[in-house]
Design a protein around this ligand. Structure first.
Ligand SMILES: Nc1ncnc2c1ncn2[C@@H]1O[C@H](COP(=O)(O)OP(=O)(O)OP(=O)(O)O)[C@@H](O)[C@H]1O
Ligand SMILES: [Mg+2]
Length: 241
């Protein structure tokens, strides 16, 4: 079953009287349990597609079905939909509040959704991402870049989502830490039966992580890659986009 179906998505931004179309026409589907990746040069519209699917960019045109439910432009994500779709951003430095203890950063989404046993849930989330439970008592600047990204992943997992939108989750990290985080994401996906939409510039990351991928250019999907394409032919993918 397709958990994400997008048909002819268009997104335009209005800036000082000028209309800039970031996504011209994008269509794809992602089946349950798959990792589907978007590749493409800077500015081609990848993050914009993810922001639409996370409910952060509410102005768009086209057809989108998320988890079997049709969503509409301007729709605010509430209830189960808001829990089921979570996003991890590229930069763990700016995605965590610098003046909040990790305990607060992780506790807030649980409180907002009326969850109980918050301390136990925070401990469980930290354990899942391979961090000691005393990480809850630190501020972001007291953690390494890799640890911060683990916190961002823990936060995304707290509400037990079905879909994770991963926007270059490792590109701010050095190579060895990158591999650890990618392996962690693959393990969590298996354990929790999640579905991933991943954006990356790195063809090795795409090949390691994805069942299928699509190459975007100027707001369009210009090419799709099957698992076999990805396995046999890393040379099909531009090395560093
Ligand atoms: N809020 C916004 N207002 C105006 N223009 C925007 C906005 N968000 C994105 N854009 C523009 O839309 C285009 C696509 O941006 P997007 O962030 O989706 O690209 P991207 O493929 O994620 O690039 P990168 O690889 O650099 O992250 C760019 O030209 C960008 O400047
Ligand atoms: Mg981007």
């Amino acid at each position: 079953m397709a958990l994400i179906e997008i048909n002819d998505l268009q997104v335009s931004f209005h800036q000082q009287g000028v209309i800039k179309t970031a996504v011209e026409s994008v269509s794809f589907h992602i089946d349950e349990g798959e990792t589907f990746s978007l590749i493409g040069a800077s500015g081609c519209g990848k993050s914009t597609v993810l922001r639409v699917l996370a409910g952060l960019q509410r102005e768009w045109r086209g057809e989108i079905t998320l988890l079997g439910q049709k969503i509409k432009p301007q729709q605010r994500f509430t209830g189960q939909l808001r829990r089921d779709v979570q996003m991890v951003f590229q930069d763990p430095y700016s995605s965590l509040h610098p003046q909040h203890l990790i305990r607060r950063t992780l506790g807030e989404p649980l409180k907002i959704h009326g969850e109980k046993n918050i301390s136990a849930r925070i401990e469980e989330a930290l354990e899942q991402v391979g961090l000691p439970t005393d990480a809850a008592n630190r501020y972001p600047h007291q953690l390494s870049g890799g640890q911060r990204q683990r916190i961002a992943i823990a936060r995304a997992l707290l509400l037990r989502p079905k879909i994770l939108l991963l926007d270059e989750p490792t590109s701010a990290l050095d190579m060895s830490v990158q591999a650890e985080i990618l392996n962690l994401l693959n393990r969590l996906k298996r354990e929790h039966g999640m579905t991933y939409l991943l954006v990356s510039h790195d063809s090795d990351v795409i090949a390691h992580m994805s069942e299928r991928a699509a190459l975007m250019e100027n707001g369009h999907i210009v090419r799709q890659f099957s698992r076999d394409d990805l396995r046999q032919a890393e040379h099909l993918l531009p090395g560093s986009l």
